[in-house]
Write a protein that binds this ligand. Structure first.
Ligand code: R5P
Length: 288
């Protein structure tokens, strides 16, 4: 078994290697003057089971291309099996056509990864679980919720309501609530009454006086979760926690998340968080 890391999240790869009691394999990665990438595996991997760890987080296209080149290099070096470990799957939100003449980019990415030579995929908290079906190779879909739930349980919170920030996330929130002693569930329902009229948010469920735990797969610009929190406070929630596996944190997420509306924002390290993006309410749990 050999483990190699792309450049997207070296910290997580090192933690995984430490956990397994092995070293990351030697690999050269270079960028040419014109921006092209170069990868060379620096030891024989002939006949080996190779694991390549690379979340395709920002800059998504670079990290995806690097993963494809790593897979191709391993295939051409006669690896027996190549598992692409993709803790965060970029383009997962482009999982279907919502208008004519659009790409289903999550499927395109699946084609590219398969075509490059991956024999297996391991991914975490896909935005849409059906993305597994975009691949015709074995796929392990794992969840970040156990490490987040462990942390929440250790806090001994009372009078909890688990909240899905949109209708699409209800199954995820329900599973979360079940693990928190079958806590009640609330859902934020977004409606647009007409074109060019701002969305109206409603809370379905009782949050008054409760500790609300908003659960999402990712926080990108923070708009969804911050709006949800504001509404929950308006509806009388006493405290609001936010939980998400993937800390995408595109601007202005940090401003939104650190505005004081959250007791804590609990995420995992599928995506590295630059030091500058830390704020007092942020809790990062490791998925290694
Ligand atoms: C949407 O369906 C996703 O589950 C997230 O709620 C969304 O992508 C988060 O994006 P943002 O933080 O920019 O609102």
């Amino acid at each position: 078994l050999r483990l190699f890391s792309g450049s997207a999240n070296l910290g997580l790869s090192q933690e995984v290697a430490r956990y397994l009691g092995m070293d990351l394999g030697p690999m050269i990665r270079k960028r040419f003057a014109d921006g092209e990438l170069y990868v060379q595996i620096q030891e024989s991997i002939r006949g080996c089971d190779v694991y390549l760890i690379q979340p395709t987080c920002q800059p998504v296209n670079d990290h995806l291309m690097e993963l494809l080149i790593m897979i191709d290099a391993c295939r051409r070096a006669s690896a027996r099996q190549i598992t692409a470990v993709i803790p965060y799957y970029g383009y997962a939100r482009a999982d279907r056509k919502t208008a004519g003449r659009e790409s289903i980019t999550a499927k395109l990415v699946a084609n590219l990864i398969t075509q490059a030579g991956a024999s297996r995929i391991l991914a975490m908290d896909l935005h849409a679980a059906q993305i597994q079906g975009y691949f015709d190779i074995p796929f392990d879909h794992v969840y970040g919720s156990p490490v987040i739930l462990d942390y929440l349980q250790s806090k001994g919170l009372h009078d909890i309501v688990v909240v899905s920030p949109d209708v699409g996330g209800v199954a995820r929130a329900r599973a979360f609530a079940k693990k928190l002693n079958d806590a009640p569930l609330a859902i934020i329902d977004k409606r647009r009454q007409a074109h060019n009229v701002a969305e109206v948010l409603n809370v379905i469920g009782d949050v008054k006086g409760k500790t609300a735990i908003l659960v999402d797969d990712m926080i990108d610009t923070g708009g969804t979760i911050a709006e949800g929190a504001r509404l929950l406070r308006e509806e009388g929630a006493s405290q609001v926690y936010a939980c998400a596996t993937h800390a995408v944190f595109s601007p202005p997420a940090i401003e939104r998340l650190s505005s004081g509306v959250f007791e804590e924002v609990i995420v995992t390290n599928t995506i590295p968080i630059p030091e500058d993006n830390y704020f007092p309410q942020l809790v990062v749990r490791s998925v290694a």
